[in-house]
Design a protein around this ligand. Structure first.
Ligand code: IMP
Length: 424
């Protein structure tokens, strides 16, 4: 059973790009299964710094077929820009394939998200404003345009005109904005169609052919488990399902094919945008984590909120995704603290919770119960094996392993490939 799934276990930005890149060596195919260009993977390989938002990280390897599956929302303008940026860096994007069933982020999605977020005022979600929510909304409402519509000009125009009739009323009458002209969009998108044509494929059949031939297929999630539309901290979530289960729905693959589910765990926790975050540190601890961890959003440049590792949410992610192993990232950021804390439970109004509470108001009011462990002073980014790490650093990640209840496979201490240390 050659299918593995790699995903973030927190609120995104766990360093998945790096983990996927590390694991990609043994893979034949890497499939992105949800989200859009709201994600931001930073990959450093062979001295090159790459920021990938939509294209799967496996693009770096000549032997890998990178796939964008049905459940992703694709902004075709962005996709072409990202491909062009990669090409300029000398990376071949010719192998990239995109599902014709994937929905498109259209210009009116971007326009509408801008005005609706503003309209929400202090209740704004703090989205990345890439049109993700409006595009998934139209998909569910069955008025979305798919990549395959690009290749039938008549259908494309027909669908666009129907949608724009409503969208333009909302833009002009509700939000006092200018309407969008279908002609300009049709012209632009018909040109885009020709440039995308060589990359559009029946990804379902391509994935199944790879599985039939015994190839290794890895599904790559974006965002993180706690941003999941159904299982995350709704409404402060993204509009797709980063959980492992959705990889199968998106790629059209049976759960019976999966044998490995890797959870990427940052050694502490960060979050961008609004929403509950029990272990957030609003003092010099949070500040230090942010500065040392360079915690600024890859997509929006926003400062990320930072806090101690939360094992309650770690256990929740382990169960939700059926994790088979942990990949811990950014342990080097924790050097220099006298003690380091792990949240092992919550207290809410006298009641103790070992697991994620069932009602979001409880999570909003949750007071973390911390275990305090000895820290380590030395910088650890030059460690090249797990045994090179100070004893207290090893004890810290071993405690995470124990509390989350999933075997630890790799600990990373820096952005470069050689800074990923396998754990025996
Ligand atoms: P959206 O995905 O742009 O709709 O944003 C919804 C929420 O998800 C916001 O809080 C964003 O900051 C957050 N979000 C979306 N993508 C990412 C990501 O890749 N990393 C971290 N947070 C993200």
């Amino acid at each position: 059973m050659p299918v593995s799934i790699v995903l973030g276990t927190q609120w995104g930005d766990e360093g998945k790009g790096k983990a996927v890149d590390y694991l990609a060596d043994r893979m034949d195919m890497v499939v992105r299964y949800q989200g859009g260009n709201n994600a931001g993977h930073t990959v450093i390989a062979e001295g090159r710094l790459l920021k990938l938002q939509l294209i799967p990280s496996g693009i770096l390897y000549d032997h890998i077929t990178p796939v964008i599956a049905d459940g992703v929302v694709v902004d075709p303008r962005h996709l072409l820009r990202e491909m062009e940026d990669l090409r300029r860096m000398g990376i071949d994007t010719g192998r990239l394939i995109v599902s014709g069933n994937a929905h498109m982020i259209m210009p009116y999605h971007l326009e509408l998200e801008k005005v609706t977020e503003r309209f929400l005022g202090k209740n704004a979600l703090g989205t990345t404003k890439r049109g993700i929510g409006p595009a998934y909304g139209d998909k569910v409402a069955r008025i979305g345009l798919r990549i395959q519509d690009l290749f039938d000009g008549k259908i494309f125009r027909e669908k666009l005109e129907v949608v724009l009739r409503e969208k333009n009323l909302i833009l002009t009458k509700v939000y006092n904005r200018l309407p969008l002209a279908p002609d300009a969009i049709v012209d632009e998108y018909m040109e885009i169609a020709e440039r995308l044509r060589p990359h559009v494929a029946d990804t379902f059949s391509v994935i199944h052919a790879a599985l039939r031939d015994g190839k290794e297929v890895m599904f790559e999630g974006a965002q993180g488990t706690l941003l999941d539309l159904d299982h995350g901290t709704y409404p402060f979530v993204t509009s797709s399902n980063p959980v492992a289960g959705y990889a199968l729905a998106s790629g059209g693959v049976s759960p019976m094919e999966v044998n490995r589910i890797v959870g990427i765990v940052k050694a502490y926790v960060t979050r961008v945008g609004a929403g509950p975050f029990p272990t957030e540190q609003l003092d010099e601890v949070g500040e230090r984590l942010g500065v040392r961890g360079k915690e600024f959003g890859t997509v929006t440049g926003r400062k990320r909120r930072c806090g101690w590792f939360d094992a309650v949410l770690g256990r929740y992610a382990a169960r939700l995704n059926g994790l088979t192993e942990l990949f811990v990232t950014k342990l080097d950021v924790l050097s220099g603290f006298d003690t380091v804390k792990i949240c092992s439970g919550y207290r809410v109004g006298g009641e103790e919770f070992a697991d994620a509470p069932p009602h979001q108001s409880l999570l909003h009011n949750a007071e973390p119960v911390y275990e305090e462990l000895d820290g380590w002073n030395e910088e650890i980014d030059e460690a090249r094996s797990f045994e090179d790490l100070p004893k207290t650093a090893r004890a810290y990640v071993r405690r995470i392993e124990e509390l989350v209840g999933v075997p630890l496979r790799v600990v990373s201490v820096g952005p470069a490939r050689e800074q990923s240390l396998p754990v025996a």
